[in-house]
Ligand binder design. Structure first.
Ligand code: C5P
Length: 224
C-alpha cells in the first residue's frame, strides 16, 4: 500500500556487511547478516515509501516492492549512496562497512609464502555516514552503532561526529542482540530528545517502530 505515513517519500537504506576483495578468491568481511536493514526496507514499504535498498548481502531474498541494488565493497556502496542522496528524503546506513580494504587487490591468487608469514597492507575506507552527514541538504540521516562497551558515550559521540539526525545503538555483547539474530535491542539517540531504550524484540517489529519515529520526525507530527 502507498498511503502510509511515508507516502511520497524516498527512503534509501544500506544493509549487510561489505566485502573487500583480497585476491580473486578471498575477501575481508564481517558478521552482519543484513536482517536489520532488510526489515527496515519492509517496514518503510508498509508505510508507503518508495524504497531503495543498497545491499551488501546475497543471503536474503530481495524484499517485495523494493528497488534492490547489490554491491560488494565500501567504495561501491559509497558510490550508490551518493548517487541516491539528491533524491532521498531519508537515508539509513544499516550496513556494516569494512573500516579497511586492501591497499591493492591482488590480480592473481596469492600463493603460500616460503617465509611462513603473509603481510597484507590495508588502507582505511571512507566513513560513508560521516560523508553523507557533511553532504546532506535536508535529508534525515540515520546511523547505527554496534558497541561492546560504553554504549551511550560512544553512540552520543558518533551522532555528533557523523552529523546524523538519529543514531540507533545496540550493545552487541548482549545475548540475542545484533549480528545474525532475528531479534535486537537498541537505544535510539536523536539530537533533540532524550535517549530512548527499547525492549528486546523481533527485528521487523523494531523496524516498524524505527520507521514510525522517522516518519514523525520528518512529518513534524506529535507522537501518540
Ligand atoms: O564508526 P562505526 O563504524 O561504529 O559507525 C557505524 C555507523 O557508521 C553505521 O551506520 C555504519 O553504516 C556507518 N559507517 C559508514 N562507513 C564506514 C564505517 C561505518 O558509513 N566506513
Amino acid at each position: 500500500q502507498k498511503n502510509g505515513q511515508l507516502k511520497g517519500r524516498h527512503v534509501v537504506i544500506s544493509a549487510g556487511g561489505t566485502v573487500e576483495a583480497i585476491d580473486p578468491v578471498r575477501y575481508i568481511s564481517n558478521r552482519s547478516s543484513g536482517k536489520m536493514g532488510y526489515a527496515l526496507a519492509r517496514a518503510a514499504v508498509e508505510q508507503g515509501a518508495d524504497v531503495t535498498l543498497i545491499s551488501a548481502t546475497s543471503q536474503l531474498p530481495d524484499p517485495v516492492g523494493v528497488r534492490t541494488i547489490h554491491i560488494q565493497s565500501a567504495q561501491e556502496l559509497s558510490e550508490q549512496m551518493f548517487t541516491a542522496l539528491p533524491h532521498a528524503d531519508v537515508i539509513i546506513m544499516a550496513a556494516a562497512v569494512s573500516d579497511y580494504r586492501m591497499a591493492q587487490t591482488a590480480q592473481n591468487k596469492i600463493k603460500k609464502q616460503d617465509s611462513g608469514e603473509l603481510n597484507l597492507t590495508l588502507v582505511e575506507n571512507p566513513d560513508i555516514l560521516a560523508q553523507l552527514g557533511s553532504a546532506k541538504t535536508g535529508q534525515y540521516l540515520v546511523g547505527f552503532a554496534a558497541e561492546t562497551q560504553n554504549l551511550m558515550t560512544y553512540a552520543q559521540n558518533k551522532l555528533k561526529k557523523k552529523n546524523a539526525d538519529m543514531l540507533i545503538a545496540n550493545d552487541v555483547s548482549k545475548d540475542q542482540v545484533g549480528f545474525g539474530y532475528d531479534t535486537n535491542q537498541v537505544t535510539i539517540l536523536t539530537k533533540d530528545k532524550e535517549p530512548e531504550m527499547l525492549p528486546l524484540q523481533s527485528k521487523i517489529t523494531l523496524a516498524r517502530e524505527i520507521m514510525k519515529k522517522i516518519s514523525i520526525a520528518i512529518n513534524g507530527q506529535v507522537e501518540k
